[in-house]
Design a protein around this ligand. Sequence first.
Ligand SMILES: [Fe+2]
Length: 238
Amino acid sequence: MDVHSHLVFGVDDGAQSLDDAVDLMTEARATGTRLVFATPHIVPPYLQWDASRARLARIQRNFAALQARAPAGLEVRLGFEVTARPHRLRADDDPGRFRLEGTEFVLMDGPQAGPWHGDSTMERLVRRIRAEGLTPILAHPERRASWRREPPDPGFAERMKNAGALLQLDASGLTGADGPNTDVEARRLLAAGLIDLIGSDGHGKRSPVRLDIARDMAAAVIGEAAATRLVDGSALGL
Ligand SMILES: [Fe+2]
């Protein structure tokens, strides 16, 4: 099961066309994935990746189109990747509308390659989602290790975990495709038992929607059984 992908085409920096999305789904199925969540970015108010009614309708439409083209044996569900912004902390903003379909989990965007808008509200959004009775999944905590010129924050992942988030490693973090130091940090987090899930975070092009290579690399660190639990859906009770 892949908890994090940008299969919904034409709505963010993920797949750009239905054909792109079909190619990505075909590769996902061929490499062992049977359930994938399509999780477009929600980043108010930037990049026109907001949660406006028009954009959510477009996401629903394009999701339905790709779901109709899913290869046999691959279930595709809709979710979102929510960036921590003050909008998401407003009392009337219901995080439940961003849950991963059929679950009580909400995927949150984690650190980027350098400081950015979401950092200052990340921990508060983790706590807010918990307070609503849902469980946040924080994506790619390992990316925090690639920041330059800023002080390192070796306790970042631990702090998010303590605030109540599950931690989701990116496949590209583990393979080293996601920038310097992320692969070292990915292994440290795995060895420390802090990682709950591996997701592809696949965007297409050089960023595939596949988990098999990362699962094998994780197995070299924590063993076969523990690595399989990071990709078999058990973290979500599926
Ligand atoms: Fe993502």
